[in-house]
Write a protein that binds this ligand. Structure first.
Ligand code: ADP
Length: 499
């Protein structure tokens, strides 16, 4: 069923009507070229704003500002406690502006407003607060030495943890505000300075966040935001010789380009890339909970989640029942504008994404998979596709091997654990996995065997600022969130003193 159209909330109109600029050295400026690009509402295909189209000249200016803020202060000269308080303030301001930020996410990305507010915005605020706590807890070690060629000498050795420097951060469009928070939080906590490049599909909430970062009192030049396209602004940031580290979240394909671009000055690289995550339901699971969880694992955020449970493995005795259950949820989902309170699934983010997902659906059906629910786009304005459950999918099909990044799950039966383990790990990705069973030993054994950075047992898509997230295999390098994320932004210096 289709929820009715809802207009842009009036509170957003003034924000949208002013030109959206770049944040460089604490000031909002136009792109040097004077160019702008259109920002679309994915629920209507209408242009809702213009954003500055930054390119390499703007990236240069932003890097100069970030370098000065890092080398000269005041950021790098503040105590960790002072930095901590400013980072915490960003969390407070996000919470104070929660409705507006959630509206921007709904408008720009399409996701349902209630989800944007409860998940994206709340998690973003929490991320800054969590990282504010870490700012004062970054410590080195003292290390006892035993130097074989210096008998009788006494050394005092210790490590210093230092911020890596100027950091480039390139983020995607699926959780625009939250991805900015995941990136900015640890970089600020460690004392780095930043040039952030939001996705061209969804620049608006990052721009609003830039205003809040300034309002919080983060000094000029510490957070710079350059909107623009990946091939120009993004590539210039990834290859910049005065950037010490690049953190990227996006497709595996572009992740490989980032690695290449980073080789010029061997800047450090962390990557959070694609996935094709297995979600496993054993026949001893609580079936109702598992069915609801399997639907949520793929349909949350319109399936535009790198860790989505897109390969659903169901033990053969319950295969028909689970497929029917997930299909029923899919068929009954309200698809429509994210501003309609009854909407459960919004549009995909962009026309390009809509075409990509539609192409995968067709390829799956052509290859012999069968739609137990959905299977097509919706015939209306905006980038809507039906929540889809594919059965009769086989391991070599593109819908089983490749990341679709849409609301499409391939449901496949398995007989026993050996067969399952081979299938679950038969992927070039390794981001996440789900396991549904009442047998805790079996659950933990599979959790150990599966090659994935996050394993959810009897739950799915549980994210927390304290819980590390990242990929095995081609799903990435490094971890985000948790204290693991700090390591991405720190250098370790060893100091050795002859006493
Ligand atoms: P998707 O294909 O899902 O849109 P991408 O990986 O293309 O995801 O995009 C994620 C982010 O990477 C966006 O901010 C985008 O602008 C940026 N990007 C795309 N191509 C490049 C590139 N060649 N160099 C640097 N950044 C890029």
């Amino acid at each position: 069923s289709i929820a009715s159209e809802h207009a842009v909330p009036s509170e957003l109109r003034s924000f949208l009507s002013s030109p959206k600029q770049l944040l460089i050295n604490g000031r909002w400026v136009n792109a040097q070229s004077g160019k702008t690009f259109d920002v679309f509402d994915p629920a209507t295909d209408d242009v809702i704003a213009q954003a500055a189209e930054g390119n390499s000249a703007d990236i240069d200016a932003a890097v100069v500002a970030a370098r000065a803020a890092f080398d000269e202060g005041p950021w790098s000269k503040m105590t960790a406690s002072e930095r901590s308080r400013l980072i915490w303030k960003i969390g407070d301001l996000i919470e104070e502006n929660a409705d507006q930020l959630a509206q921007l996410e709904t408008l720009d990305n399409g996701k349902p407003f209630a989800v944007a507010k409860a998940a994206d915005v709340a998690l973003a605020a929490d991320m800054f607060r969590y990282m504010a706590g870490w700012a004062t807890k970054i410590e080195g070690n003292t290390i006892p030495l035993n130097v074989p060629y210096a008998p009788g000498s006494e050394f005092h050795a210790y490590t210093l943890k230092e911020p890596i420097g100027v950091v480039g951060q390139i983020i995607p469009w699926n959780f625009p505000l939250l991805m900015a928070a995941w990136k900015l939080g640890p970089a600020l906590a460690t004392g780095c300075t930043i040039v952030l490049k939001p996705a061209e599909q969804t620049p608006l909430s990052a721009i609003r966040l830039g205003e809040l970062v300034t309002e919080a009192g983060i000094p000029d030049g510490v957070v710079n935001i350059v909107t623009g396209f990946g091939e120009t602004a993004g590539a210039a940031l990834a290859s910049h010789d005065d950037v010490d580290k690049i953190a990227f979240t996006g497709s595996t394909e572009v992740g490989k380009l980032i690695i290449g671009a980073a080789t010029g000055n061997l800047k450090k690289v962390t990557l959070e890339l694609g996935g094709k995550s297995p979600n496993v339901i054993y026949d001893d699971a609580d079936i109702d909970t598992a069915v609801a969880g399997a639907a949520d694992a793929i349909f949350f955020n319109q399936g535009q989640v790198c860790s989505a449970g897109s390969r659903l493995y169901i033990q053969s005795g319950i295969y028909d029942e689970v497929v029917a259950g997930v299909s029923e949820i899919a068929s009954n989902m309200k698809v429509g504008s994210g501003f309609d309170p009854s909407t459960q699934m919004g549009p995909l983010v962009s026309r390009e994404q809509f075409e990509r997902v539609s192409g995968y659906l067709q390829a799956g059906l052509d290859a012999g998979a069968e739609a137990a629910a959905g299977g097509a786009a919706l015939d209306r304005n905006g980038y809507f596709v039906q929540p889809t459950v594919l059965k009769n999918a086989t391991p070599e099909m593109s819908v089983v091997r490749e990341e679709i990044f849409g609301p499409v799950v391939a449901a496949m039966p398995f007989e026993n654990d050996n067969e399952l383990k081979a299938h679950a790990n038969d992927s070039s990705y390794g981001l996440a996995a789900g396991i549904w069973t009442r047998d805790i030993s079996k659950a933990h054994r599979l959790a150990k065997a599966v090659k994935a950075g996050t394993v959810w047992i009897n739950c799915y898509s549980i994210f927390d600022a304290a819980l590390p997230f990242g990929g095995y295999k081609q799903s990435g390098w490094g971890r985000e969130m948790g204290h693991a994320a700090l390591e991405n932004y720190l250098q370790t210096k060893s100091v050795c003193v002859n006493l």
